[in-house]
Design a protein around this ligand. Structure first.
Ligand code: CTP
Length: 407
């Protein structure tokens, strides 16, 4: 049997990037031989094994043929006769279809190295279409390597378009899609992920609510970029520049969905888009089974982002409502993430990327003032149950009025 390092490990070494996990391919072996050597099988009928010591993945060289729709519809053909070249040709991108032996001798039958140098993400063969998730993978790699100058080859984009139009993307499970989406959002240029999905028509299938924002105008005075789709991309870009966590980036992507519902005759204004957008945010959240913290933050940012922008003008009672909605007393971190997302929204506008956002500190100050209202004196006065809650609210309102006067 021969063992080769494959995929991302070879690609990233050639790019001079740190290699985190290593995948191996085994040529000329049977499953029985692997088991005899102490490798542990990953799944019942999947020819992948874990190394007894390192725990790294070793896959038997295989060819794949499609037998049905979606990810479940694979049959694997793994046998000792399958060659390295036959295994590599069924992989997604040429830069991911290189192998290396223990002497670092490169096997590169599909010109991965050439494409790596030319900064091109190109599919290896028509077998690309066997796994529709690759549409998202390519967009994710585009987001990751955009800074190095990588772009998607036109013929690959065309294939991605055909896959998107074929209905195959609908067959992806929420779990597989979310894994790609969440990883892509955490890349250096997450806006490129969305742009590439849009360019190949996948965005319309996966997140029609986001796709619908392109071509929708906003008032130029607040949004020099005008287009709501472009604004969304800029907000996402800002969230990555400011190293925001996943929940903030997810909220940034979804914050303006309501603007896609505004009747054209009301353009460029978007009255009450914060409210109309909520059901769309909920739908996208649920479609991908986003984690609870991402779901919650996206809904709160959708509902209250304009409150944050107008923070300095809000009445004390409205400020109080905002703080209560966030349960800022028990969930201070979530309020910080809300402020961060709103700041990204304010900066994700053409020419305004460097603006200051005094609303952030103002809101922090308000939260502090409300949090500092002590419960003990109210308990001593004999308040209990719902009355205690009401008394606490009254005291917090007073504190906020004082805060506003002194701010
Ligand atoms: N692969 C593929 N199609 C997929 C998933 C994986 O062709 N849908 C192949 C690619 O050759 C890829 C390798 O399997 O390089 C390993 O996959 P994975 O570990 O998911 O990705 P990496 O390329 O290692 O990238 P990352 O750095 O994102 O982990």
């Amino acid at each position: 049997m021969q063992i080769f390092k494959v995929g991302g490990a070879v690609r990233d070494r050639l790019l001079g990037k740190p290699v985190t996990d290593i995948d191996w391919v085994v040529v000329g072996a049977t499953a029985e031989e692997m088991l005899a050597k102490g490798y542990r099988p990953v799944g019942a009928d999947f020819p992948v094994f874990l190394h007894p010591k390192s725990g790294e993945e070793y896959a038997l060289a295989r060819t794949e043929r499609k037998s049905g729709r979606g990810y479940g519809g694979f049959t694997f053909h793994a046998s000792p006769e399958v060659t390295l070249e036959e295994d590599l040709i069924r992989r997604d991108l040429t830069i991911n279809a290189m192998a290396e032996d223990d002497q670092q001798n490169l096997t590169d039958p599909y010109q991965g190295q050439r494409d790596l140098e030319a900064r091109i993400l190109r599919h290896v063969s028509p077998a690309f279409a066997e796994d529709p998730l690759r549409v998202l993978r390519v967009a994710r790699f585009a987001a990751r390597y955009a800074g190095l100058g990588f772009t998607v080859a036109p013929e690959t984009l065309e294939l991605m378009r055909q896959l998107s139009e074929s209905g195959e993307l609908e067959a992806l499970t929420a779990e597989r899609s979310w894994k790609e989406i969440s990883r892509a959002l955490m890349e250096d240029q997450p806006q490129v992920f969305i742009q590439v999905l849009r360019d190949c028509g996948a965005l319309k299938v996966l997140m029609p609510e986001v796709d619908a924002l392109f071509g929708v105008p906003q008032p130029e005075a607040h949004h020099p970029e005008i287009d709501t789709g472009l604004h969304t991309l800029s907000v996402l870009e800002q969230s990555a520049l400011h190293k925001q966590p996943l929940a903030v980036r997810w909220a940034c992507l979804l914050h303006d969905l309501g603007k896609g519902l505004t009747p054209e005759e009301q353009w460029p204004r978007h009255i009450a888009h914060e409210h109309t957008g909520l059901k769309l945010i909920k739908a996208v959240n649920e479609r991908f089974k986003a984690p609870k913290d991402c779901q919650e933050l996206a809904l709160l940012v959708g509902k209250y982002h304009t409150h944050s922008h107008r923070a300095l003008e809000l009445k004390a009672s409205t400020l109080l409502e905002l703080l209560q909605s966030f349960d800022v007393y028990r969930r201070p971190q979530r309020f910080e993430e809300f402020i961060a997302a709103c700041e990204m929204d304010a900066r994700g506008r053409k020419g305004l990327e460097q603006r200051s956002y005094p609303q952030a500190d103002y809101l922090r100050g308000a939260a502090k003032a409300a949090r500092e209202v002590a419960v003990q004196p109210l308990l001593e006065k004999g308040f209990k149950g719902p009355e205690l809650g009401e008394a606490l609210k009254r005291e917090r309102l007073k504190a906020l009025k004082a805060y506003k006067e002194n701010a």
